[in-house]
Design a protein around this ligand. Sequence first.
Ligand SMILES: Nc1ncnc2c1ncn2[C@@H]1O[C@H](COP(=O)(O)OP(=O)(O)OP(=O)(O)O)[C@@H](O)[C@H]1O
Length: 266
Amino acid sequence: MSGRDDSRDSTESVIEVRGLVNRFGDHVVHDGLDLTLAKGEILGVVGGSGTGKSVLLRSIVGLKRPSQGDIEVLGTNLSTLDDAERSRVDRRFGVLFQQGALFSSLNLQENVALPLIEHAGLARDDAEYLARIKLSLVGLSPEAALQSPESLSGGMIKRAALARALALDPDILFLDEPTAGLDPIGAAAFDQLIKTLRDALGFSVFLVTHDLDTLNAACDRVAVLSQKRVLVADTLDKVARTDDEWVQEYFNGPRGRAAASSSDRE
Ligand SMILES: Nc1ncnc2c1ncn2[C@@H]1O[C@H](COP(=O)(O)OP(=O)(O)OP(=O)(O)O)[C@@H](O)[C@H]1O
């Protein structure tokens, strides 16, 4: 077991994590973690609770400074950047957090317009016009664009948060448990939406999930976090054949078999 993710070395990568170490006091969460996100792929990141999926995401998007190791994003080593350079890289990310909080005092169109006004310097009218286009991309109508988040379903709020993450046309989209809290039909539609948008817009996706249906429906590769590093990163078929207790229980237990057979039927 090498703990390395070298299966995409021959393709262009947008994220290269090498030798990542993350500690909180004495608690070592990552210890020499390697991971690659290839350009244009949807990578599902899975692992047991507390294996450090969110900490990994937060390290890459700059919310957690790594204890050691290198993170190269879009060809730039993040540890070498000053604040201004860092914020230029950040603008190429779209992030949808699990609690993808929208501002409840703003309607959807105003929520999506906000990054366009704050980070791209657009005038309000132009930003709201673009926001309506982004909202329609994720399947939300001009009528929904004028509603406040509080009056909408969980699925619509997720879509609006996705539209906001896409506001600045990111190269890399980070999603933390995007289908958590959605009913199975809403979750399946969201998986399909991510795939459709990736195909249309060409961004790369780093997707933390527990949802086996999402892995089956949307992900090109799956990375398993275990023992403080990436145990394996490969196609779902190959990952599911990895000789590891957690992997076997997760992918080949009753829920894993059900998810695999429902994706076969599609
Ligand atoms: N700010 C923090 N301070 C101290 N410990 C932290 C902090 N953030 C995360 N941790 C610890 O790091 C470990 C990994 O947390 P993380 O949230 O990344 O796990 P996860 O794999 O995303 O889990 P889950 O699937 O339950 O969401 C956990 O043991 C957590 O308690």
